[in-house]
Design a protein around this ligand. Structure first.
Ligand SMILES: Cc1cc2nc3c(=O)[nH]c(=O)nc-3n(C[C@H](O)[C@H](O)[C@H](O)COP(=O)(O)OP(=O)(O)OC[C@H]3O[C@@H](n4cnc5c(N)ncnc54)[C@H](O)[C@@H]3O)c2cc1C
Length: 452
């Protein structure tokens, strides 16, 4: 009898688990091994801020699957605590090191999926490795931050970066009664957001008592004799603190692939084609270590989020198991909450449109999610459209409730290549307890269409 084909998946989180389980569903006969360097797989990293602020008490509540469950439910050989060290593409072998024993051994493969994720970017400045300079990527990181809060009992924390992770973490740290300082780049809170949306977000931060500084660059950290952080330095200022959270974005983990000679692409991600194949036959990549494609332009685009990672993971698993199919790409959709506000973006922003050389215009609208007597609130929308055809290219929304429903409608409208007139005429349904007679989506569509 022929030996079963071997599939190895490196990285056992959002993308890797989606890949391994999709491959298993399609091919019950495959011999699938999952190699993960940490002790956990399938973790809900997106909920780590809820562990920081105490809404989640046990970190184990954020483990969606244990290695044992994964191996029993999906017939996977799960090797946690094992780091993939080297790919030998010609020999179709992967060298792996067992962290507990130090033993290194080779695993043969027919197909290999790389889902090694990304790591937080750290500034290259003096003392960046000091104790109390933290970043949040994994549940281990979340536990380290909680330990620092308990042991060091800081009164002031500096958050470097002003993106979504910075915002949700600042809110979580603030719930511990800490004074929070945000340090962002000079361009503003989030370059990608339209001005009225980012101003609304900024006001929420200021109203919550968070101090916001826009500096060109961090120049270094001051540390104590025990190598604990004491201050952050940037041009013209020194901010004293007992903790720093770095949230400056992420960089793809590509060392393993790079040393095997695999080609890199946009923003140093692992280059893939629409079938998620790398520059080496039989090796695929998915998730935060690779790029996707922007749906409206078809250009490679890095959007390291759980939605992209899971979608690509599932696709890579199916393709590696012999299915047809392609990465459908991303619309750069993002949804988050900050200090009681719900925020969303999808498709092109005016910054992205400028960067990509796409002609566009922006329309702003404010409208109520539903009648005030039923608890409705005003929300602000920005629609980005093609000035010639009226086609909707992007949208941003901020408000206290109902943002996700509008994001869903607008994301579908962009995918469906709808014009603003068609957005205005969407048949969305009305009940005063649930929605306004004219939905904010339709009102924004109408305002955009009427603009000269
Ligand atoms: C605080 C926080 C909040 C977030 N909130 C959201 C959100 O609300 N919505 C959203 O869509 N996304 C969110 N994200 C992003 C989301 O978590 C990531 O996009 C997603 O985890 C990417 O999954 P991945 O599997 O590609 O990579 P990762 O999660 O980085 O997993 C990669 C895995 O590979 C392992 N690995 C790496 N190298 C090796 C090696 N050589 N050998 C063995 N194993 C290796 C790593 O240990 C890791 O477990 C959030 C992220 C954070 C940190």
């Amino acid at each position: 009898m022929a030996k079963p084909e071997k599939l190895i998946v490196v990285g056992g989180n959002a993308a890797g688990m989606a890949a391994a389980t999709a491959a298993r569903r399609r091919r019950p006969d495959l011999d699938i091994t999952l190699v993960e360097q940490s002790g956990r797989i399938a973790t809900a990293n997106c909920s780590a801020p809820a562990y920081l602020d105490g809404r989640i008490v046990q970190v184990s509540a954020l483990e969606n699957l244990t290695p044992q469950n994964a191996s029993e439910q999906y017939s996977l050989n799960v090797l946690t605590g094992h780091q993939a060290l080297e790919i030998q593409p010609r020999a179709h072998r992967l060298a792996v090191r067992n962290a507990a024993t130090g033993q290194t051994f080779d695993l043969p493969y027919d197909r290999l999926i790389l889902s090694t994720g990304a790591r937080p970017i750290r500034p290259s400045v003096p003392n960046v490795g000091a104790r109390g300079i933290l970043a949040l990527r994994s549940l281990d990181d979340a536990e380290e931050i909680r330990r620092w809060l308990e042991i060091r009992r800081p009164s002031t924390f500096v958050v470097i970066g002003t993106g979504t992770i910075a915002q949700v973490c600042a809110e979580a740290l603030k719930s511990h009664g800490l004074e929070i300082h945000f340090i962002g780049r000079e361009e503003g809170l989030m370059e990608d957001l339209e001005k009225p949306i980012s101003e609304c977000l900024m006001q929420a931060l200021l109203d919550a008592g968070i101090h916001v500084h826009f500096a060109e660059n961090i120049t270094g950290f001051q540390v104590s004799l025990e190598n604990e952080v004491e201050a952050v330095e940037f041009p013209g200022q020194t901010l004293r603190c007992q903790g720093v959270l770095i949230a400056m974005g992420v960089a793809p983990n590509t060392d393993l692939a790079r040393s095997a000679g695999l080609r890199l692409g946009v923003q140093e991600t692992l280059q893939v084609d629409r079938r998620l194949g790398t520059s080496r036959a039989g090796i695929y990549a998915c998730g935060d270590c690779t790029h996707s494609f922007f749906r409206t332009t078809n250009k490679p685009f890095y959007w390291p989020l759980a939605t992209t990672a899971s979608r690509q993971g599932r696709q890579a698993g199916e393709i590696a198991a012999g299915a047809r199919g392609e990465d459908p790409g991303t619309l750069a959709t993002r949804l988050w909450t900050c200090l009681g506000l719900q925020v969303a973006r999808v498709g092109l922003s005016s910054k992205l449109a400028r960067d990509m050389g796409v002609k566009h215009r922006v329309t702003h609208a404010s409208a109520a999610s539903k009648p005030g007597m039923y608890g409705g609130h005003s929300m602000d929308l920005a629609l980005i459209s093609d000035p010639e055809t009226g086609r909707l290219l992007g949208a941003q929304i901020i408000g206290k409730e109902g943002v996700h429903a509008r994001l869903c409608a607008l994301s579908a409208a962009i995918s469906g290549k709808l014009t603003l007139k068609e957005v205005e005429n969407l048949d969305l349904g009305y009940s005063p307890e649930l929605a306004a007679l004219w939905d904010p989506v339709q009102i924004a569509g109408r305002l955009g269409r009427k603009r000269p």
